[in-house]
Design a protein around this ligand. Structure first.
Ligand code: PXL
Length: 281
């Protein structure tokens, strides 16, 4: 039997240095056995968290011509996975990309990478979050963290919360994205633990795992890329969420102890374990 081989388009920025976005997504998706294609949303000298004076070239205006060329060539994808985007206008262009470049039955996966720890990343504002909410409403899967979910829904952000707060947040997300499966990350109910809620087809599941106190940049991109990689290998949403969580924890563990390595995680060192997880039964 021929091995499954999916063509995945990922739309995110190139942060030249910093282990996030495309420099993370491509190796992870390739390790999971997929063909990758890219649409770079912007080119930055580094990511925007913890670096100052970074360059930023917005590639929004290149997107319509790239999209039109693909349509002319009949180029289509099994999945379109978006991460950090460069501008509000770009979000509109991505909606068109979704409707013109997906194969029949293709999966649209949106990681609304724009905020964490109660704050939007530099360069973004509430208008951007509102536009991102509209993109999420077109997606089959969305992967917000709690902060992103709050910015998109207007739900109050809290550091301390219980299950009823998370239930309320999920209801608010379901209202704005009624046909999307939701993978809500960073849901922590007790000290030393965090986890992910998977909501799909009226069913909720929660996977709890170790929380490592050292906060690391780029783990959202590692998580989303591993999730997409596993899902496109035929794993269920919950199985993919578990694989992505276990892999992200391993990546953080491989980085712990190196106090100079704060800008990203050493995800490359855990790729052998990821491969075992995505190819295992
Ligand atoms: O998803 C993280 C990310 C990606 N790309 C850029 C970023 C960040 C986080 O800050 O700044 C440019």
């Amino acid at each position: 039997m021929m091995d499954s081989y999916k063509r995945i388009l990922t739309v995110q920025d190139i942060s030249c240095v910093g282990q996030c976005s495309l420099t993370v997504a491509l190796p992870i998706l390739s390790a999971c056995g997929h063909e990758t294609a890219i649409l770079p949303s912007a080119v930055l000298s580094t990511h925007t968290a913890g670096f100052t004076g970074f360059t930023f070239r917005d590639l929004t205006d290149d997107i319509p011509a790239i999209n039109a060329h693909w349509v002319k060539e009949g180029i289509k994808f099994d999945s379109i996975y978006t991460g950090y985007l460069g501008s509000k206008k770009q979000i509109d262009f991505i909606k068109n990309l979704f409707s013109t470049c997906g194969k029949e039955g293709s999966l649209k996966i949106v990681d609304p990478a724009m905020a964490d720890n109660g704050k939007l990343y530099p360069l973004f504002n509430q208008e951007y979050a509102d536009e991102m909410a509209k993109l999420c409403s077109c997606a089959d899967y969305i992967l917000p963290n709690i902060t992103e979910a709050c910015f998109m829904t207007g739900y109050e952000y809290k550091e301390q919360y219980d299950r009823s707060y998370i239930d309320g947040l999920l209801s608010a997300l379901k209202k704005i994205c009624p046909s999307s499966a939701i993978i809500l990350t960073g849901v922590s109910y007790r000290e030393g633990k965090t986890g992910v809620v998977v909501y799909k087809e009226e069913k909720y599941e929660y996977y709890e795992h170790k929380k490592i106190s050292q906060g690391c940049h780029g783990t959202g991109d590692v998580y989303a890329s591993a999730f997409v990689g596993a899902l496109m290998r035929g794993k269920s949403a919950y199985e993919s969420a578990v694989i992505a969580a276990d892999y992200t924890v391993l990546c953080i563990e491989k980085t712990q102890g190196d106090k100079d390595h704060t800008y990203g995680v050493k995800f490359e060192l855990a790729i052998p374990e990821l491969v075992k997880m995505v190819y295992g039964k």
